[in-house]
Design a protein around this ligand. Structure first.
Ligand code: GLN
Length: 502
């Protein structure tokens, strides 16, 4: 058995019981990464030296009784838009390819305080803009269930790393579904917390009013344990919320009796793959058998979520990404005449096509004359979407639906039609617009052996309800390992077409 095939909590337990050392756990992850990276490409940077060094320190800390958390000694991968002091943080963009932060994101600080060990930085869609992890400057990530398919995005590297068992758990970020959708495509579990729960300090901003960091792992228990560690009030993030209910592991009770679950009819109409639909509805049935009360309802405004999201996210991105100008840090063009040309060439050469498209769209909707027509209208729509959820949560504890309309598409098939790709976010983005928590848990495989995700959405600050429901569902099934998780099968490895890792 390889140590990376354990859950993070199980591995942590072995470490605290001195059955294995933190150094052995780090070495096991590093070995799996070496073996699988040529096929999966889920990491941009692997901090081999740092992880080994830190494992020694942590081991001593465990022995001295300093680190007692379930994550003490556990290696964790961190998405490459989360700043790590001394470890290159690229956002998978050429413009930040050599950026080494001088500070640690608060979420990573919290992990380190608990004794977790950062093993490396995971590949992602450039600046977290995308749904397939194909727009990375460091090459596309492959889905460990079938390397001809995408892992989803934008946290595709984190989800693929967990599914391929290169490490036991990871951090991702979710602006419009980037934790939940790749979790669904890779057969792992991921939580997007209530906005304000995890500090955004050190998370490189995309759509600041929507961005949240969250856990990605093999099961609900791991996600609850990680979320408990990374959540904190932080005065360095002006949108941080002071909460006293962060004991998420207390919700792992396997009890959903009397829980009211609303199923939005609008999430099961046109555009939803039939197999996904059947598996999600069967999952709902399982919860009903365990004592939950199901009811179908009209959520309303579902079709406006995608346009409102893309206007708001792009508007914020155009402003947030103005800081990458070749002056202060990041890439600067070699050859220029004067300041303006330096800006222009650095940005033109540094950003990829999807990021440029969004900066242009965002600048347009914020420009005078269009601000009211697009941006303000999108903000009003956002407020109305929140009201729809408020109405739903007056009646239900949890809202249940699919995470994504389909399973993972083939590599290369999504980027040709960005509009179609944006529509794939239909079930996840309203959760960000309304600031709610959401979880994706695996609920089956389609005929091609690709994973399907069940999404559970809670009211603001009700993570425990979705954790409780997801955990109860999970107890009825076995964790399914990806082919790459259980060892590289020669036939899969041979079909891999190679990547352009820089
Ligand atoms: N797919 C969405 C987008 O491209 C969501 C991305 C995210 O959550 N970071 O914007």
């Amino acid at each position: 058995m390889n140590l990376t095939s354990l859950t993070a909590v199980a591995l942590g337990k072995k470490i605290r019981a001195k059955e294995v050392s933190a150094a052995e756990a780090a070495a096991a992850a590093l070995e799996e990464i070496k073996k699988k990276e040529p096929q999966i490409n889920s990491f941009v940077t692997v901090d081999e030296e740092g992880a080994i060094e830190r494992a020694k320190e942590v081991q001593k800390g465990i022995e001295d009784g300093i680190y007692t958390s379930p994550l003490a000694g556990v290696p964790i991968a961190v998405k490459d838009n989360i700043c790590t002091k001394g470890i290159r943080t690229t956002c998978s963009s050429k413009i930040l390819k050599n950026f080494i932060p001088s500070y640690m994101a608060q979420a990573v600080r919290n992990l380190e305080k608990a004794g977790a060990i950062v093993i490396g930085k995971t590949n992602m869609d450039e600046f977290a803009m995308g749904s397939t992890t194909e727009t990375s400057y460091f090459g596309a990530v492959k889905n460990p269930w079938n390397t001809a398919h995408v892992p989803g995005g934008s946290s595709g590297g984190s989800c693929a790393a967990v599914a391929a068992e290169e490490c036991t758990c990871a951090l991702g970020s979710d602006t419009g579904g980037s934790i939940r959708q790749p979790s669904s495509f890779c057969g792992v579990t991921g939580i997007k917390p209530t906005y304000g729960t995890v500090s955004r300090y050190g998370l490189i901003a995309y759509g600041s009013s929507l961005d949240q960091i969250g856990p990605i792992a093999k099961d609900v228990t791991d996600c609850a344990a990680i979320l408990e560690v990374i959540s904190s009030y932080d005065k360095k993030d002006s949108t941080s919320v002071r909460r006293s209910d962060l004991d998420f592991m207390s919700a792992l009770t396997d009890d959903v009796s009397g829980m009211k679950i609303g199923i939005p009819k609008d999430y099961f109409g046109n555009g939803l793959n039939e197999e996904v639909k059947q598996h999600v509805l069967s999952a709902a049935k399982v919860l009903e058998e365990k004592g939950a009360i199901l009811e179908a309802f009209d959520l309303g405004l579902v079709e406006y979520a995608v346009p409102a999201y893309y206007v708001i996210a792009c508007a914020e991105a155009s402003s947030n990404l103005a800081r990458f100008d070749g002056v202060k840090y990041g890439y600067r063009t070699d050859d220029y005449a004067g300041l303006h040309q330096m800006y222009k060439k650095s940005r033109s050469e540094g950003f990829g096509p999807e990021v440029k498209r969004r900066i242009m769209l965002g600048s347009f909707v914020l420009s005078s004359g269009y601000y009211d027509a697009y941006y303000l209208k999108a903000l009003r729509t956002k407020a109305l979407i929140k009201q729809e959820f408020d109405k739903a949560f007056a009646k239900y504890d949890v809202v249940l639906g699919p995470t994504a309309p389909s399973t993972a598409p083939e590599i290369g098939s999504s980027l040709e039609d960005p509009m179609k790709m944006y529509l794939g976010d239909i079930y996840t983005i309203s959760v960000n617009l309304a600031g709610l928590p959401g979880i994706s848990v695996p609920c089956g495989l389609d005929q091609n052996g690709l994973p399907i995700g069940l999404q559970l959405i809670g009211d603001c600050f009700q993570e425990k309800k979705i954790i409780r429901t997801a955990y109860a569902f999970e107890q009825t099934r076995q964790y399914q390992r990806s082919p790459y998780g259980s060892g590289i099968p020669a036939d899969k490895a041979a079909s891999w077409k190679g990547g352009d890792r820089a």
